[in-house]
Ligand binder design. Structure first.
Ligand code: ACO
Length: 320
């Protein structure tokens, strides 16, 4: 079965935090941040959590699709910043939107979370198990970065994006995903599960740490590899793809990938200047913007590809 996009939606918190705002809390400046990353501002939540952001994006995607919440039979939320250990953010979204007939759960693959969720929905469609799914990517990295660490806090923002997809007759795409747990330490954020009364310490919450240059090199190598594998597995040439919608972590990463793939950078839309790296949300937010700006026409083929902590990476093929 083939996956068809019926609607897209996104939601970002109202509060804009510019590079100049950050220069007031850590030793940095607009010139450093914008030339090295392309980021000019990001949205930061003032209390709303992942479930609230995700439910708003989901509501907008449903509204655009014309699908009623009770028609949805699968909700997948790609996130690494759920509000609670349990219930899952996906269950909270289900409750908020009234998708009473759905099964709902989270997928944890950091910035690859939306891709992994999309490919999981496609596999369920292929197996004939579910017919309509809500796939969401949402993260609030502002809650897990150290706001005294300039090397990480300037990079991230909060946001959510969602798509409503349905199974229809036709050939589904062959997905590409991968992970390398031996490189887990390259980017991590410990949760509060290390200690209990036997270790004699109170559980503590950790912050995000990252080997920036390692991740940069990994992304520039891995994304061309996995998008190439995706095209080959699906019998497509890169010229047939209208847009490559990549995880928005750094404009220099996207430019380097375009160069490595010998494609004009115009085929790689970017919105990182406005939102920073919203982790699992960057791809669906960008898809929603392209859709609402009328840049996607029926029949257009889009490759979406992400990479992140784990390490994880993956790509999916969408036909509009
Ligand atoms: N403002 C000013 N100076 C800074 C800042 C800052 N915010 N942050 C670091 N610096 C300084 C460093 O201290 C260092 O100074 P030094 O030379 O005196 O030691 C200097 O700038 C250079 O630091 P580098 O870390 O070498 O800078 P680099 O050119 O590698 O850029 C960056 C850093 C932007 C993080 C880059 O490595 C990158 O984008 N990597 C990929 C990160 C990424 O994509 N992460 C997310 C992917 S996974 C996911 O999305 C969950």
């Amino acid at each position: 079965m083939k996956m068809r996009i019926l609607g897209t939606g996104s939601y970002v918190p109202e509060r804009i935090v510019t590079n100049d705002d950050l220069a007031k809390i850590v030793e940095t400046n607009d010139e450093w941040i914008s030339t090295r990353t392309g980021i000019r501002e990001r949205r930061i939540t003032q209390g709303e959590g992942t479930s609230a952001l995700a439910a708003k994006a989901a509501g907008r995607a449903l509204e655009q699709s014309g699908v009623k919440p009770e028609e949805i039979d699968l909700i997948l939320l790609g996130t690494s910043t759920p509000d609670k250990c349990f219930p899952s953010g996906a269950c909270e979204v289900q409750g908020a939107i009234g998708a009473v007939n759905a099964v709902a759960y989270d997928i944890s693959a950091a910035c690859s979370g939306f891709i992994f969720a999309l490919n999981t929905a496609q596999a369920f469609f292929e197996a004939g198990i579910y017919k309509k799914a809500l796939v969401i990517g949402c993260d609030v990295l502002s809650k897990i970065v150290d706001w005294e660490d300039r090397s990480t806090c300037v990079l991230f923002g909060d946001g959510a994006g969602a798509v409503v997809v349905s199974a229809e007759e036709g050939q589904g795409y062959r997905a590409v995903m991968g992970s390398d747990g031996s490189r887990a330490a390259s980017m991590e954020c410990p949760s509060r599960t290390n200690d209990n009364f036997l270790t004699g310490k109170l559980p503590t919450v950790g912050f995000t740490t990252m080997e920036g240059q390692e991740i940069f090199k990994f992304a520039v190598k891995k994304v061309p590899e996995c998008t190439g594998a995706l095209l080959e597995a699906n019998g497509l040439e890169k010229e047939e793809i209208k847009y490559f919608v990549l995880h928005q972590a750094n404009y220099r990463i996207v430019e380097a990938i375009a160069k490595r793939m010998k494609l004009p950078v115009e085929r790689f839309p970017m919105n990182i200047a406005k939102y920073g790296n919203t982790s699992g949300a960057t791809i669906p937010i960008l898809l929603d913007e392209l859709n609402r700006e009328g840049k996607l026409a029926q029949g257009d083929k889009i490759v979406v590809s992400g990479f992140g902590a784990g390490l994880t990476w993956g790509a999916a093929l969408l036909e509009w």
